[in-house]
Design a binder for this molecule. Structure first.
Ligand code: NAD
Length: 297
């Protein structure tokens, strides 16, 4: 079995470096036409450079592929609209969107300014929403679309000094969960990747001998599967260093209590039982929780 992208048009945001670049190059190698977006700033989101995206476009063209660069921000609605319009004018469709652009403003919450919290949410969460909104109608109309969000183990499980980043990253899982329901009837699938790779984002966080084993190429297979024709819908795959895992948000069966026992003390005494993981559920939508509460499951 071969996964091909011939005739597909893909937008990869933040594709001038790191993971986005690796996704764009492999999509192009497998036949996709690429929009390479990258603002070209520093890791903390300061600065810009018109060349980051163009360098990757040049690499794609050198390998015989088709691509154009967009050096604007994912947070700039006018820029994103122009990028999408250019892709549609050139190639008539948009099949794939990989929301990958991101920055870091790490600090303990005690030392973090609201400006740093807001900026990180803006780039990761609002940037993904703006790009998704810009392609959504096109994908629905053509009855085909594959959108990939980028979360992080920090969003899923937490990390000291990354409360802004973690909030943004788990927000993207929530975004996927509802969007995937809305897109399903038009064959628009939405998934999320949790990468772990050696890029400038992790270069000073992990030791060199660990980073050696974590090239971007260890994340690419999961990302490309999640934007392929056979992609699932509403899944979160973790990938990196040779490992592939799937993350779930589950619900315990918990307990039901009678009205006369409805008190914080009951919750305290039943806390262990509420958290018991035997027969836990993997809810398909938001209504499972209330059904469980009502004793209907
Ligand atoms: P990276 O810094 O190499 O790449 C991020 C790219 O996004 C950069 O090229 C940057 O210029 C671009 N960018 C930043 N703000 C932008 C904006 N407003 N508009 C357009 N482009 C913008 O880092 P990476 O490790 O390749 O990160 C890619 C994604 O993967 C990010 O969303 C990151 O949070 C996520 N991630 C990475 C890891 C990891 O281990 N590397 C782990 C978890 C999540």
């Amino acid at each position: 079995m071969t996964i091909g992208f011939e005739g597909r048009v893909a937008i990869v945001t933040g594709a001038g470096n790191g993971l986005g670049r690796a996704y764009a190059l492999e999509l192009a190698r497998r036949g996709a036409k690429l929009v390479v977006n990258d603002l070209g700033g520093a890791r903390d989101g300061t600065g810009t450079s018109g060349t980051a995206a163009q360098v990757v476009v040049d690499e794609i063209i050198a390998m015989g592929g088709e691509a154009f660069a967009n050096a604007g921000s994912v947070t700039d609605e006018n820029n994103v609209a122009a990028m999408v319009a250019e892709a549609k004018a050139k190639w008539g469709r948009i099949d794939i969107l990989i929301n990958n652009a991101g920055i870091l403003r790490d600090k303990s919450f005690a030392k973090m300014s609201i400006a740093d919290f807001r900026l990180v949410l803006d780039v990761h969460l609002m940037g993904s929403a703006i790009c998704t909104k810009a392609v959504w109608d096109t994908m629905r109309e053509q009855n085909y679309g594959r959108i990939l969000m980028t979360t992080s183990s920090t969003g899923l499980y937490g990390n000291f000094g990354q409360s802004n980043y973690g909030a943004a990253k788990l927000g993207l899982v929530g975004f996927m969960n509802s969007l995937g329901i809305e897109g399903a009837k038009n064959n628009v699938h939405v998934n999320t990747i949790a990468p772990a790779a050696a890029t400038r984002m992790t270069e000073d966080i992990l030791p060199a001998e660990v980073l050696e084993k974590m090239g971007s190429e260890t994340v690419v297979p999961a990302a490309l599967f999640l934007v392929s024709e056979g992609a699932p819908n509403r899944t979160t795959l973790a990938a990196g260093a040779g490992g592939f895992q799937r993350a779930y948000i589950t619900l315990t069966r918990g307990v039901r209590v009678d009205a006369d026992a409805m008190s914080p003390e009951t919750v305290a005494t039943q806390f262990e039982k509420i958290g018991g993981r035997e027969n836990e559920l993997l809810p398909e939508n938001a209504f499972v929780q209330s059904a469980l509460g009502l004793g209907k499951l």
